[in-house]
Design a protein around this ligand. Sequence first.
Ligand SMILES: [Zn+2]
Length: 311
Amino acid sequence: MKSIIFSLLFLCVCSSMFAQEQDSLTDKKAFKIDLSQKILVTNDRFEDSIIQQKIADSLHDLAIFEKWNTFKFNPYKDELKTYPFLVQFTDSTYASPINRKKVITSRFGWRKGRPHQGIDIDLITGDDVMAMLGGVIRFAGYSSGHGKTVVIRHYNGLETAYAHLSKYAVKVNDTVKKGQIIGLGGTTGNARGSHLHLVVSYKGNFINPEYLFDFGKDNKIRKQSQWITKHWVGAHFHNSRVKSHITFYNSYEDALASQSKQNNKQIHIVKQGDTLYSISRKYHVSLVELCKTNAIAENGILKIGKKLLIY
Ligand SMILES: [Zn+2]
């Protein structure tokens, strides 16, 4: 009888683990987290005290393991995006990701007709790269374009990603402290010269890192509760060569109201017969502004199909 019950229990655990394979890929040997049931299933002995401790710790941090995937850079690709959303911090400062003055060489924004969804911080290959906040390593591997990359899931759900590394100092599912070395800087992936490509995201929404973090010498987190509007996750609303003006919203209503104004900003696809002048007239923007936003010369040739940002 005892063995039948045990077998049934074992089957239940196995099938439950199989069902959760897609959602929760944590440490395979020790345990798995069933997010739908908010319970932990284990294929090891419960009496093991280390595992029991791990279970207790993990239950505490369960919320941060949502869509836990250690194989993909972005496991949230197919999520429906709704704005504005709130990001909250318990810390008022972050740890600098590098041990030198932070020089931003390219910002979050539109760059050569493509979105640049992070910021580039200058460094020398072999420089230590540190975790900006504490968390758990969700991804540590090669990501196309990004090269060797480490992604940390923080306890508030935010993720920071560190790309173009030359070496890893951590592996997936490791817990890291704020300021802990996670790798060494480099040029892997599509990097012209050594730099850190730093990406900040929340549930698959790439946020302008400068909106949340002040990259000055004091390492300040700008606001403990920050409303993120469409504007701050859309690279096409920003220019990678210009620092964006920071606006704070005090409530959901404030953020929502500003968003409806932001909706007026759009992309114009160049058609036959268009001139910079006709486009500037159409959208009531100055020719100078239109050229500056899109980093083009006033007498430049417009290619049909080119996407122009209209502010
Ligand atoms: Zn970059």
